[in-house]
Design a protein around this ligand. Structure first.
Ligand SMILES: C[S@@+](CC[C@H](N)C(=O)[O-])C[C@H]1O[C@@H](n2cnc3c(N)ncnc32)[C@H](O)[C@@H]1O
Length: 227
């Protein structure tokens, strides 16, 4: 490990994800290398050459996706300037030239401005949004394939939320918490409501790739949706 590089990482701390640079590990405690969601995504969208990633944090998934054969470009959107600074710092070290980062608040951003893609990688983001349906509604026009990993509300804890949907309100960690949403609360939809938003938005098929109702942080689902 290079002491100089470790000091550079320390200046940007805290880190969530771990990054391997020239054989040594820097950053946080979690490695994304073994994260099953990357392979699940690539099985779902094996021909995706252009990928839009939503809520990229420090870019851990971005760089893994960008280096896969056949992937020409990953555009990674992230709301927090501090997270983007870390992602761009690692990008330089890894020389990941086919990854781009842009700042956007996905509660409001018009995604059409970012262009069209083969697939969207949306992991860990939807359950941080107060109105997740507003983002989902935009996505069929952006890419024909949408991969989601998200927490959802169980039927027992759900109540009526806007648009005739069911879900629960979840408190977020605040602006200085790197993993949180940008607003004080988020809406966790039920799985049924999530499916109905996807279908109403224009996805013809909605496949449940994995469902973990007993996930320790709340029920979680992996979905592949195709227009
Ligand atoms: C729980 S982390 C997920 C990180 C990564 N995608 C993963 O799956 O491990 C949520 C990320 O989404 C970002 N985020 C949350 N709300 C956002 C919003 N409204 N607009 C843009 N980014 C947001 C957070 O800053 C954070 O980087």
């Amino acid at each position: 490990m290079s002491a100089e590089l470790a000091a550079e990482f320390a200046k940007l701390a805290p880190w969530i994800f771990q990054f391997r640079i020239e054989g040594a590990d820097y950053g946080g405690a979690i490695s994304a290398i073994e994260d099953p969601r990357v392979d699940q995504f690539l099985r779902f969208a094996p021909e995706a050459a252009t990928i839009l990633e939503l809520g990229a944090l420090e870019g851990a998934h971005t760089f893994i996706l960008a280096e896969r054969p056949g992937v020409k470009r990953v555009l990674a959107l992230e709301g927090r300037e501090k997270n983007l600074r870390k992602a761009r710092f690692v990008q330089k070290l890894l020389r990941a030239r086919n990854a781009d980062f842009a700042q956007a608040n996905l509660e409001q951003a018009g995604l059409a401005a970012f262009g069209k893609f083969d697939a969207v990688f949306c992991s860990g983001l939807l359950y941080h949004l107060p109105e997740p349906w507003k983002l989902i509604e935009q996505l069929p026009a952006v890419a024909p394939r949408l991969f989601i990993w998200t927490h959802y509300a169980s039927e027992e804890e759900a109540r009526e939320v806007p648009k005739g949907l069911r879900g629960k309100i979840h408190g977020e960690g605040g602006p200085d918490e790197p993993l949180s949403g940008m607003s004080p609360t988020a809406t966790w939809l039920t799985l049924e409501s999530l499916r109905s938003v996807l279908t109403a938005s224009g996805y013809q098929t909605v496949e449940i790739i994995d469902n973990e109702p007993a996930h320790p942080n709340g029920p979680a689902v992996t979905i592949g949706a195709v227009t």
